[in-house]
Design a protein around this ligand. Structure first.
Ligand SMILES: [Zn+2]
Ligand SMILES: [Zn+2]
Length: 368
């Protein structure tokens, strides 16, 4: 399986994807390169090298600033931890079966396990990080400073250093649906003549036909992902999705999917249909009551894509052993957190609150 590390054409240092410039940055000489510039330096070689492969375990200067190592013995069965050879130092890199980008444990250089993203696992699209580590760190500090009852240990520096940029896999669905809907609607009129009350009910049969385009339905594609965390940082600006490039992963962690489309397809199509039904139903107005008799939807167009979305995340193990999460959308900066509460601190404050309420109650009683 192939492992890529992206090397600076000037100094051979490590290139990582830089969220603020959206280019590749050398950590040593600070040079910046666009994807086009890297491609232009050694045109046409990227695909060639990937197609031909290399001898197991060899490391060799690759195309477009890449150093690639192939390690056929590293081929894994699903669900097994497996080892790769680091192209920079030759050490073994042991990973989970879904890891697609990581750091070498020994030389700390970023590595992209491109072999994990071949064939059907090659993502269609990616939203690259645009929030820098520094911005994510500031956001985290602001977030916890606004929260009360957070234990002191949560603020320590080491904790904040563990902030990690991760690309998570998702299924993205876009569809255009032709829909028909029939409904029974009523209009009531009530009037009085002397002691008599009259009610007139008019029944209408209403039908609607229309085309609904619904975009940007996404579903988590990784079993071990925390679903609250994944949903909490939504939505992304999906129109900014890019065609996938391995280089975007350099300097981050990345996971590949282990949930197949068939597992989520039915549920996502169902959601799409009920969304389309709601849109059609909302066009029926001016009645006192409406009940939908039947509806039918057929997809005119459907697009599925396998995508990677960026998240800054930090996990914290509370005293009770429970794991807490903080995460930030790596594109928009939207924050989601689940923070531990220090019950000692919380109890002291609620005691004061109760006392204040009791005193106010007594004063109120006095004046009454
Ligand atoms: Zn350099
Ligand atoms: Zn290494």
């Amino acid at each position: 399986m192939a492992v890529i590390s992206f090397k600076c054409p000037n100094c051979d240092g490590e290139l990582i994807f830089d969220p603020s410039s959206q280019k590749y940055k050398c950590e040593y000489c600070a040079s910046l390169f666009s994807q086009e510039e890297l491609d232009a330096m050694r045109p046409g070689q990227t695909k060639e090298a990937e197609a031909n492969g290399q001898e197991p375990g060899t490391t060799e200067d690759g195309p477009a600033g890449q150093t690639e190592a192939r390690d056929e013995s590293g081929e894994a069965h699903d669900g097994e931890a497996v080892s790769y050879t680091c192209p920079s130092c030759g050490a073994q890199i042991v990973t989970d079966a879904t890891t697609a980008a990581a750091f070498c444990y020994y030389c700390h250089n970023p590595v992209v396990l491109s072999g994990r993203l071949e064939g059907k696992y090659l993502p269609d699209k990616v939203i690259p990080f645009s929030i820098t580590r520094e911005a994510a760190r500031k956001g985290f500090q602001e977030y916890i400073s606004k929260k009360k009852f957070v234990p002191k240990a949560f603020f320590n520096k080491k904790q904040i250093e563990s902030l990690t940029g991760v690309y998570f896999p998702y299924w993205h669905y876009h569809a255009v649906l032709d829909g028909k809907l029939q409904a029974d609607a009523r209009r009531l009129r009530v009037w009085r003549v002397g002691d008599m009350e009259y009610t007139e009910t008019k029944h209408y049969s209403v039908s609607r036909e229309g085309q609904a385009e619904l975009d940007n339905l996404t579903e988590n594609a990784l079993k071990k992902a925390n679903s609250k965390l994944a949903a909490g940082v939504m939505p992304y600006e999906f129109e900014k999705m890019q065609d996938f490039q391995m280089g975007y992963l350099s300097g981050f962690l990345a996971e590949r999917r282990d949930i197949e489309r068939q597992e989520v397809e039915g549920r996502m199509q169902g959601e799409m249909r009920s969304g389309a039904e709601r849109l059609l139903r909302e066009t029926i107005t001016g009645y006192d009551s409406v009940s939908v008799r039947n509806s039918g939807f057929t997809p005119e167009k459907e697009d599925w894509s396998y995508v990677l979305f960026p998240v800054w995340t930090l996990t914290y193990k509370g005293k009770n052993g429970k794991i807490y999460y903080y995460s930030m959308n790596g594109q928009t900066g939207k924050v989601y957190g689940e923070l531990p509460v220090d019950y000692g601190k919380a109890a002291a404050v609620s005691g004061i609150l109760a006392a204040v309420v009791l005193i106010l109650g007594l004063i109120g009683g006095y004046f009454l």
